[in-house]
Design a protein. Structure first.
Length: 147
């Protein structure tokens, strides 16, 4: 039975632990009091605008869809993007507004189906994708390809 006595906790250790916790609590309150005084003397500034882009934009948008037709649509404030198949119009609208900082008026979605392609006797499949056409407010612009 002496083997089991090794695993038992000793009584003096239990008493020592709460004393350490109280000391730690006192130190934390002292730090709070020290840091609170300088904050009151500093003038409050206006809150800064969001500089961090939300994570939703990278989960919804794949990349801009750059074609000849897409560049013609850009003249009428419409931009095309390839998006993930699970995304919907509301998510696409929020992602565009967060990423580019523009006001989205309308979102149209097109599901491009997969197509069978042949090279000689060998047949294969060209993957399908989901495309979104986003119309933004008049006078605003999205820089799809940086110059």
């Amino acid at each position: 039975m002496a083997i089991f006595d090794i695993f038992k906790k000793k009584q003096p250790e239990k008493e020592a632990k709460p004393v350490k916790k109280e000391i730690v609590k006192e130190k934390k309150t002292e730090k709070v009091q020290k840091t609170a005084a300088p904050k009151e003397t500093v003038k409050k500034e206006a809150p800064k605008a969001k500089s961090r882009v939300s994570d939703i934009a990278y989960k919804i948008l794949k990349h801009p869809h750059v074609t000849e037709k897409a560049t013609d649509l850009a003249q009428s404030n419409q931009y095309t993007f390839n998006v993930w198949p699970e995304s919907n119009k509301i998510q696409i609208k929020k992602a565009i507004q967060d990423l580019y900082g523009v006001d989205v008026v309308a979102v149209r979605i097109i599901n491009i189906p997969s197509k069978e392609r042949r090279v000689g006797r060998i047949t294969g499949i060209k993957k399908g994708y989901k495309k979104a056409i986003v119309r933004i407010k008049e006078g605003q612009k999205i820089e799809v390809l940086p110059r």
